[in-house]
Design a protein. Sequence first.
Length: 268
Amino acid sequence: MSPSTPTSSVPKVAQVLFTVDKSIAHITFDHVAARNAMTVEMYERLRSICLEIAQTPNIRVVVLRGAGGQSFVSGSDIAQFSGFNSGDDGIAYEASIDSYFAPLIDLPIPTIAVVDSLAVGGGLAIASCCDFRIATHDARFGVPIARTLGNCLSAGNVAWLTQHLGVSIVKRMLLLAELVPASELLANGFILKTYPAEEMDGAASALASKLSALAPVTQKVSKATIHRVLRNQIPNCDDLVRECYGSADFKTGVNAFLRGIPPQWEGK
């Protein structure tokens, strides 16, 4: 996943909140000091919440949002990467990321990502795992790791993003490190609708109410069928992940990011 502000330089207040209002569950990423960057503990909490929701029949819809109104999720905590010693550490990390997102993808009920301003790296991944996305007009989406850390995504993650966004947009995100504006992703269908910031609460509530009134078994079976189709025939690309995480450039990127200086890439 893509990084955000180094969590070592911000207060260690990072949590994922979970509440239920009647049949609607709310998951809130609360790490405002780092624009809701995800720590490992936050990813693990997201996973456990989704597993709990899957076993709670009275919950009909899940709404996911970042706290503070300035960001959905801006990336991941990158301090952990400073301890990586080889490409095999990257293999293990990407496998853990896939395991965090699987319970969200597999939820048998509709999910809504409410995106304020920024969904980057892990934030883009979480938003893409949801069934619907609404966003503020100024929202931007991307995975700028070619500009920041010099790491890569798993084959499953790349396949998932490509299926949802299209090859051209994913290449802009991964190769050009672009943050793509909501207006473009609205046009290609990735975003359901955009709203002014002050209308986001009402729009999320209205969409959740509409979804909760529809046939739950149809929704469950339709989601499962779509996801089985999308997951079919994903290739094993561990050799590529190992090469990237084992590179000198990755170590350079991590060190430069933690020091707050631009990385000098060497292609090694």
